[in-house]
Design a protein around this ligand. Structure first.
Ligand SMILES: [Zn+2]
Ligand SMILES: [Zn+2]
Ligand SMILES: [Zn+2]
Length: 254
């Protein structure tokens, strides 16, 4: 399995528009973060988790020429607003794009992208094949995917586990039940927003404490704010086995 970080930034991205802080003005490419999303290549299939506002740019940057499905974690705009651009894959692959999400996310997408769901066959519209999931593990073309229910303040969000790889973005609480589902995971991706406490995301200290409990071999932090600090500086203080993810980073998972 090959995982590519398409974006590792929080909802505003980094740099933030009109911000002149040292992170937003840094020339280090690792301080430039598009909105959080990953691409997974597994068993010859190509999946993305979330289609944020930078989806088009991310597909172009990583030369992704084929996409088999989209999985949604939750319906916040920084994770869904690029959905329109699956059109390109509709045209090229001549198929409706399978989109996996829980009922509440599907309902929200049908409101925000109402034009996609009207019955008028306009040829330029994106075509999605919505597939409702719950917290029960499901199968996509022979790939077993385990949803990881977490809380994002009061909003239920799904992480996903595929084999030894687990991905959790937008959380500030992980239940004991989900901790059980994470057992034995070798590579973990987890949100770590900033240093200060936040109402709906783990901050750096809380994310490190979660890693101590989950005990994966390797962890990558994502959904990062400019307030976390310079990539190179923050990395120096992280415990062994933990790194900050950066846009374009690729990892192989056994
Ligand atoms: Zn988010
Ligand atoms: Zn800034
Ligand atoms: Zn969110």
């Amino acid at each position: 399995m090959k995982v590519t970080f398409l974006g590792t930034g929080t909802s505003q991205g980094v740099p933030v528009i009109a911000c002149t802080c040292e992170v937003c003005t840094s020339l280090d490419f690792r301080n430039k973060r598009l909105r959080t999303s990953i691409h997974i290549e597994v068993n010859g299939k190509s999946l993305v988790i979330d289609t944020g506002p930078d989806f088009r740019q991310q597909m172009l940057r990583e030369n992704i020429e084929h996409l088999d499905a989209v999985l949604f974690t939750h319906a916040h705009r920084d994770h869904t607003s690029g959905l329109d651009d699956v059109r390109a894959f509709n045209f090229k692959q001549q198929m409706d794009m399978p989109v996996y999400a829980v009922r509440e996310v599907i309902d929200q997408i049908k409101v925000e992208f109402a034009y996609i769901f009207v019955n008028n066959n306009y040829p330029g519209l994106p075509r999605v094949d919505v597939r409702e999931i719950t917290s029960v593990p499901f199968n996509f073309d022979g790939i077993s995917i385990t949803p990881l229910p977490v809380m994002h303040m009061r909003l239920p969000v799904l992480g996903f586990r595929i084999g030894n790889f687990s991905y959790i973005t937008d959380a500030n609480y992980i239940s004991d039940e989900t901790m059980d589902l994470l057992k034995g995971t070798e590579v973990l991706v987890l949100n770590a927003l900033q240093r200060e406490k936040h109402i709906s995301h783990f901050n750096l200290e809380e994310a490190i404490a979660m890693v101590d409990r989950i005990k994966p071999k390797t962890t990558y932090f994502t959904h990062i704010s400019h307030k976390l600090g310079l990539h190179g500086e923050v990395e120096k203080e992280l415990p062994k086995g933990i790194a900050l993810a950066y846009d374009g980073q690729q990892i192989d998972v056994a």
